[in-house]
Design a protein around this ligand. Structure first.
Ligand code: DX5
Ligand code: ZN
Length: 227
């Protein structure tokens, strides 16, 4: 089944706790938390204190996406704050194996993210240490950008490379009911959506999440298998 992971980057930051509860009750499977440092990406969002503050708001899986460099000095803080998965960018530092080993040693699922310009082959040396691959379908830093079509090819390559392994594939950026079907068909089992999940305020969240799920499932079949 497709997992829908709304990004709270698109939520009302003045009411983050309520927003997290509302999107969880509206049918989100995971909560995606986008951490930005103003250095690896040209925007600053929030850090481990916010993740910790939101942890009591829901028991949903916390999918923490670190767009920071270096990431290693902060991994323990995000684990302690309540992350369930921690994803680091393959472009963010020279010691990606060390980062992934550290995340697993902290008892969390280890993910690696690929920018749209990074070839799928960059994860080849990492396959034994990965629980999650996050394919960026926009250049990271901001919500509300348009889906980059070449990420479909990256998703398909990642899908082929990870066949037979228990590695989740996620897509992040520009996911809407219009793009979700193609992303799911190309191999994404987890759809991260910011703007499309949070548009219209809390009364619309249920409808927004359902529309993304419906688009993915009608493209892939109810059981997530391509038809
Ligand atoms: C991009 C972030 C995304 C972003 C998605 O830098 O990693 O998670 O919030 O937002 P939308 O769905 O609006 O493209
Ligand atoms: Zn993200």
């Amino acid at each position: 089944m497709t997992i829908i992971a709304p990004s709270i980057l698109a939520a009302d930051f003045a009411r983050l706790g309520e927003e997290t509860r509302a999107i969880a009750q509206a049918g989100a499977d995971w909560i995606h938390l986008d951490v930005m440092d103003g250095h690896f990406v040209p925007n600053i969002s929030f850090g481990p204190a916010v993740v910790k503050a939101l942890r009591p708001c829901t028991d949903k899986f916390f999918d923490v996406h670190l767009m920071i460099a270096p990431a290693d000095p902060y991994l323990a803080a995000f684990a302690e704050a309540g992350a369930d998965a921690i994803t680091v960018h393959v472009e963010a530092g020279p010691h990606i194996h060390r980062s992934l080993q550290t995340i697993r040693a902290l008892g969390k699922r280890a993910g690696v993210a690929l920018n749209p310009g990074t070839p799928a082959s960059s994860i080849e040396p990492l396959l034994d240490m990965l629980d999650l691959v996050l394919v960026m379908s926009v250049n990271p830093g901001f919500g509300g950008q348009s889906f980059i079509d070449s990420s479909l090819e990256t998703l398909a390559r990642v899908k082929a490379m990870t066949a037979g392994r228990s590695i989740d594939i996620s897509v992040d950026g520009g996911i809407t009911p219009e793009t979700a079907g193609a992303a799911a068909s190309a191999g994404a089992g987890i759809l991260v959506a910011g703007s499309a999940a949070f548009k219209g305020g809390p009364d619309a969240y249920g409808k927004n999440v359902a529309a993304i799920r419906e688009a993915a499932q009608s493209a892939t079949g109810r059981d997530g298998v391509r038809c």
